[in-house]
Design a protein around this ligand. Structure first.
Ligand code: ZN
Length: 466
């Protein structure tokens, strides 16, 4: 545990905030400070072929230690932190044996991390938490992920009795500004699949994310003296307002959850003669996603038709650009890569929390670049702000998950056979219970016979599998 704490603190105390205003990669020079350190560290723990390219993408290899062929897998994290909140002079606080009460992050400024507001804290009673001092973010997103990957690789190197195939490690800049995957050399990485260690609480396992597009609509107007404006003036702001009012009022981020998609107007800048509205479109379902984009076009067409005569040309111009897609399409055909991660967690007594991401990850882009890439928890909470914290025990568990995934991948059928049997048993069980409830009113004899049959059938099935 101390090893994890020391390593994590050595990373978060280096400022690596990215900045979307700069076009270079990495977007900020300071990201090199940690990148260079990571290269040295990967070499020091004994990783092979450690490389860093001109854009600060880091790759390293842990060679296979088995004779038979095992698919090459990878683990990926990002070392930049969010532009939303300062990452300068991060001063981590370590709370050992957390008692479940308020944590004073900053006495002077009265900044308190309270379980009254952040209920998740209570699941970490008696654990060791790392928090901020209330003036910066922590950077567990995603330096926790980097800590876990490096620690897991070190563990595998020091414990060669654990058998595994070739493992690739990839660390990227600029994930927080949506560019983490942009220059990721999937071919050079050479893995069949990978996992981003970039999720939040312990147990998270994600392989579904939004389909995403951005739309920009420019509305034109006509300025005329207000006193003489009747039938002549066209106020672009009011037309833009009309457009927004035609979007489904309940399909907005603040009223949706789970698999529900939305339209989100995030920018409105207007004057009489020109108003620009920008919005994002999100949906897990690719058909509904396309429908949403068409709906925007439809509303704009309607507005254009309405003003065709008066304005003479299209009064509204719409530009829609796809941003990223649901990785599910790329992951489902190789679903075993999720099953391996799930099994790894179950074997370590971690309850897998499998849920759709209401956003995107680097993994979604990587999946479409040919590297299917589900997302696994890194352990942190309250990302991108001063309330960010991470339980050390969750980081420890993430290390164990990485090691276990490496181990399972080297087993015949990835060690998944056993799980399939448990599943069949589980499937039979609830059915039995249902039946017995219903059939209580029916004849007992029939029920007994059916049960006996089902049992002998399931036994046969098991035998065949073995
Ligand atoms: Zn992240």
């Amino acid at each position: 545990m101390q090893n994890i704490i020391d390593r994590f603190i050595s990373y978060v105390t280096i400022d690596t905030q990215s900045n979307p205003k700069f076009k270079s990669t990495p977007s900020t020079k300071k990201q090199w400070d940690l990148a260079n350190k990571l290269v040295e560290e990967l070499k020091a723990i004994g990783m092979q072929d450690v490389t860093i390219d001109k854009k600060a993408y880091i790759m390293a290899t842990l060679p296979s230690n088995v004779e038979h062929e095992v698919p090459v897998i990878g683990f990926v994290s990002h070392f930049d932190t969010s532009p939303d909140f300062s990452g300068t002079n991060v001063n981590p606080q370590i709370i050992t044996d957390y008692d479940g009460n308020d944590i004073v992050l900053n006495e002077e400024q009265n900044i308190i991390l309270s379980p009254d507001y952040f209920k998740d804290l209570l699941q970490y009673k008696r654990q060791t938490l790392i928090t901020t001092d209330g003036t910066t973010l922590l950077g567990a997103d995603d330096k926790a992920g980097i800590t876990e990957i490096v620690t897991a690789m070190e563990y595998l190197i020091n414990n060669p009795e654990i058998k595994h195939g070739k493992i690739q490690v990839g660390f990227t800049p600029d994930e927080e500004i949506g560019r983490g995957a942009h220059f990721f050399d999937v071919e050079k990485f050479g893995a069949e699949w990978a996992y981003t260690m970039d999720g939040s609480q312990i147990g998270e396992l994600e392989y579904e994310n939004f389909n995403a597009a951005g739309a920009k609509i420019t509305f034109k107007g006509k300025s005329v003296h207000p006193g003489y404006a009747k039938g002549k003036m066209i106020n672009s702001m009011l037309i833009a307002n009309d457009f927004i009012s035609q979007l489904p009022a309940n399909e907005v981020p603040e009223k949706t959850k789970g698999y529900e998609g939305f339209y989100h107007v995030h920018h409105f800048n207007g004057s009489l003669e020109e108003t620009v509205v920008e919005l994002i479109i999100r949906d897990h379902d690719s058909k509904l996603f396309e429908k949403r984009k068409k709906n925007i076009q439809k509303i704009v067409d309607k507005i254009n038709a309405k003003f065709e005569k008066q304005f003479g040309e299209a009064i509204a111009i719409v530009e829609i650009e796809d941003q990223y897609y649901n990785m599910k399409e790329k992951v489902l055909p190789v679903k075993h890569i999720v099953d391996i991660a799930e099994k790894a967690m179950l074997e370590l007594n971690i309850k897998p929390i499998i849920k759709p991401i209401r956003g995107g990850t680097d993994g979604s882009q990587l999946s479409y670049m040919g590297l299917p890439c589900p997302n696994i928890f890194a352990g942190g909470h309250n990302f991108h702000g001063k309330y960010e914290y991470v339980p050390v025990e969750s980081m420890q568990k993430a290390v164990e998950v990485i090691v276990k995934i490496a181990e399972l991948t080297a087993l015949p059928n990835f060690g998944l056979e056993e799980k399939a049997e448990i599943e069949t048993e589980e499937k039979i069980k609830p059915k039995k219970e249902k039946k017995s409830k219903k059939e209580k009113e029916k004849k007992d004899k029939k029920k007994a016979k059916a049960r006996a049959k089902a049992k002998s059938k399931s036994k046969d099935k098991k035998k065949k599998k073995k």
